[in-house]
Design a protein around this ligand. Structure first.
Ligand SMILES: Nc1ncnc2c1ncn2[C@@H]1O[C@H](COP(=O)(O)OP(=O)(O)OP(=O)(O)O)[C@@H](O)[C@H]1O
Ligand SMILES: [Mg+2]
Length: 450
């Protein structure tokens, strides 16, 4: 009962929370006889785990997958979010975690154990097939890599790393030169992915090392046309295998490796900052602080669905990194995004009406910004005044203290002088009484001699 109550409450909170989900996945230990350094308090109901315990700390996520959960189970839980791209949502799936924690395994998988990317695309083409009597779809795929804050198009490696992100008139981020390949079915997608992976490996001396230091972004653009109404809806799905998140300090690196680590840290921190700003419902979301967040701007805001896998190891030696990852992920899990909405084009009038509405909302929000700016200025000037007042007060108190100090000093001097004088008098008196005694003795002697 207790478990079910807690679970029900958790679900209610999820409902209120909006469109970001965080799934934790713990990979099995490399040697099957290594004891696990993490535990799962919900193991009595292993199909619906949501908690994980590490180093005496308990974390709660939308789902927690342990070593016993396979690729199928993980994708099952994620598929609803991912396939909503067919309904016109922007969807972003991340795999976050330290090197070797299972990000690539989760997203890409192996030939025998396909991951999220493969399963998602298979699912998408299945849905497209199911809807083909009412909708026509166009699917395009692009693949890029962000390495040291430089973007490389994996389908056009000859273009190098000079690709830039631009903002379109409607505010969407895009890379003008990026190659989008139109695909008809899942086989086309594999060919594209194969090409990208060959190109990715080409420039690198060590493929694994290189891939763990760059973010890999697989983007799938879906445009659907309702065959009856003509309404067009667009959704974009980003599948992102992030660079390894371990900290610079522990990786003990210098030179190029240090530069890479710093770039990775900076862009993962930027991702965290964007999530935090969304959490704080900040007016300013710092999308521009990294290529990754700038590129994903339209998929991280309030009108999109996000899923973050936090991948962790299960071994004792990795507990510090595991804790860092889980802390990061639980901050992300607290974010409240607005209600997701579909990206649908309506008829012209509806479109115009929507534009007017949007402009009105923009105006209202600009007015709101203006008011809050004014309020902030007032507050600042108030606080300025208060500060000035306090400064004046402190200065006059300092003056008082100084005067007191000077007075005390001169009193000490006076007292010291008096003391010296008293000493002198005492000495004089001593000397006088001494000579008096001497004189008396002398007189006595004279008297006796007589
Ligand atoms: N859930 C899992 N079940 C079985 N094996 C796994 C699982 N997760 C990861 N592995 C294995 O662990 C190893 C490391 O995983 P992976 O390469 O996915 O890590 P990564 O997070 O992508 O690391 P990097 O940041 O270096 O790219 C691989 O050999 C992978 O096959
Ligand atoms: Mg990897």
């Amino acid at each position: 009962f207790f478990f079910q109550d807690r679970r029900r409450l958790f679900n209610e909170i999820q409902e209120l929370r909006g469109n970001i989900r965080v799934f934790c996945r713990v990979r099995p230990p490399h040697h099957s006889n290594t004891p696990l350094a993490v535990s799962f308090p919900d193991s009595e109901d292993s199909s619906d785990q949501s908690r994980i315990q590490v180093g005496g700390k308990t974390f709660e996520f939308d789902r927690v997958f342990g070593p016993q959960h396979d690729q199928h189970a993980v994708y099952q839980a994620a598929s609803g979010i991912i396939t909503s791209v067919v309904d016109g949502y922007n969807v972003c799936v991340f795999a976050y975690g330290q090197t070797g924690s299972g990000k690539t395994y989760t997203m890409n998988g192996s030939a025998r154990n396909r991951g999220v990317n493969y399963r998602a695309l298979e699912d998408l083409f299945g849905l497209i097939q199911d809807r083909s009597s009412n909708f026509s779809f166009e699917v395009q795929v692009a693949q890029l890599e962000i390495y040291n804050e430089q973007i490389r198009d994996l389908l056009q490696p000859e273009r190098g790393t000079k690709l830039e992100i631009k903002r379109s008139l409607d505010g969407a981020s895009f890379i003008p030169d990026l190659e989008w390949v139109t695909v008809q079915d899942v086989r086309d997608v594999w060919n594209v992915m194969e090409r990208a992976s060959i190109n990715r490996a080409k420039g690198a001396t060590d493929t694994n090392e290189h891939s763990s230091r760059s973010h890999l972004v697989v983007s799938v653009q879906l445009q659907s046309r309702n065959l009856h109404t003509g309404a067009i809806s667009r959704g974009i799905l980003h599948l992102i295998d992030l660079a390894g998140s371990e900290r610079v300090s522990r990786s003990n690196v210098s030179g190029d490796r240090l530069k890479e680590a710093q770039h990775i840290n900076k862009s993962l921190a930027a991702l965290g900052d964007v999530f935090m700003a969304l959490l704080a419902k900040s007016h300013h979301i710092p999308y521009r602080n990294s290529k990754l967040t700038y590129l994903l701007q339209d998929s991280l805001g309030g009108d999109s669905k996000n899923l973050m896998f936090v991948n962790t190891s299960s071994e004792a030696e990795d507990v510090p990194e595991t804790l860092t990852s889980l802390n990061f992920a639980s901050r992300v899990a607290k974010i409240q995004l607005g209600k997701a909405y579909k990206h649908t084009d309506f008829g012209d009038t509806q479109k115009a009406a929507r534009t007017i509405k949007e402009k009105e909302a923009e105006l209202a929000s600009a007015k709101q910004d203006c008011t809050s700016m004014q309020q902030m200025m007032e507050k600042l000037s108030d606080s300025n005044k208060t500060q000035q007042f306090r400064l004046d007060e402190l200065e006059s108190r300092l003056e008082e203290e100084r005067a007191k100090y000077a007075e005390a000093t001169s009193r000490i001097l006076r007292l010291e002088e008096q003391l010296a004088q008293s000493h002198q008098i005492l000495e004089d008196e001593k000397r006088m009484s001494h000579s008096l005694v001497e004189e008396l003795r002398e007189q006595k002697r004279t008297v006796f001699r007589r």
